[in-house]
Design a protein around this ligand. Sequence first.
Ligand SMILES: Nc1ncnc2c1ncn2[C@@H]1O[C@H](COP(=O)(O)OP(=O)(O)OP(=O)(O)O)[C@@H](O)[C@H]1O
Length: 402
Amino acid sequence: MPLRAALPGRDGSVPRGGAAALRLLAPARVGPVFPARAGGRAGRRRGVSGPDKPRSTKPLLQVEKLSTLFPVRQGLFKATKFLHAVDGVSFYIRPGETLGLVGESGCGKSTLGRTVLRLVEPTLGRIVFDGQDITRLSERALRPLRRRMQIVFQDPYSSLNPRLTVREIVGEGIAALRLAKTTREADETVLEMVTKVGLGPASLDRYPSEFSGGQRQRIAIARALAVRPDFVVCDEPTSALDVSVQAQILNLLERLQDELSVSYLFISHDLRVVGYMSHRIAVMYLGRIVEMGPAREVSERRLHPYTRALFGALPREDGDPRPRRVLHGEPPRPLEPPRGCVFQSRCPKSEPGRCDVEAPELTELVPGSHHRVACFHPEGVDAHAPRSSARPSVPALPPADV
Ligand SMILES: Nc1ncnc2c1ncn2[C@@H]1O[C@H](COP(=O)(O)OP(=O)(O)OP(=O)(O)O)[C@@H](O)[C@H]1O
């Protein structure tokens, strides 16, 4: 089996995750709690292509059984082991759609996002972008597609070159890809993008250090969208920001998506953020997707015990500080993924002889529901019966002034 995973300058020998990571799943509230709205975007906005009414049924991005393994040297005389950062993941994203990817720190979200962009080499599986198999395309052959696939990183402090002005940062891609015929045209596009993200012309000749975290993230978003991509990986774009500006950036991303018809893979460890932004949600655990479906379905039904635990870790809306459900233990090391179900060691429903032997497939329990779960004992046998309460599970974020 050819193992082609790259090691892009990151020390992955110490797998992250654990108790500290789980605490991240229940951070302070993102601003004040507003009257609850339906989980997911399809339920709360008109004119947005929700999972039930997609703009197009043809996927823009199709990922099939994708795995990214990192070779890790254990010691001078020990054999190299392979860390399973992403393990047989399949999903699709339609044009103009947001797929939210949520899970604990270290479960493989960023690696998955980077692998689909071919910033990290896939080990196995297939990535099809707009009908073209890009899994093994050479860098040269990939170049024309690079414009169409962009990324916004978590940290707006380290992701912007401090020596470049905003004009240069936002114009970099336009110049590199020769998207403007004249300097004037390039300048106009830069100004248009900078204005779209809520920064004025006065920002153009200033440096990143002169801006706040939220403003820097706006610059990073302008840079990503200036080349008019079809698909953007948003890798925890608000995690490094003050709570007060998080909602502004989320609303900005949402507005730009509607204006520019871009698709997002939206990565976050914060369920409320993912629930707010996404048309569909994928829940990831130890490199695998354990539940995936329309945002409202996933947030209301929560078929996988892990999804339940994530929701249980959210702060209660009644202000009671006690978590509803505590997830004990640590995730297994991705260097030694368990046989059988990845969640078995922390699962209250784990069945010896089955869950520790066989890996459950991601399966649609109710045909046509588009809601799939990888579990032999999904929560609630009558999981698809209508629920009496209309209360959504993900508290909404406040509206913002963008
Ligand atoms: N270049 C690398 N070499 C070796 N291991 C790596 C490399 N990059 C990531 N890893 C490991 O792969 C696993 C998944 O990491 P990844 O950063 O994708 O997780 P994540 O869910 O995005 O976490 P976080 O939210 O903390 O960024 C981790 O165990 C990590 O240590």
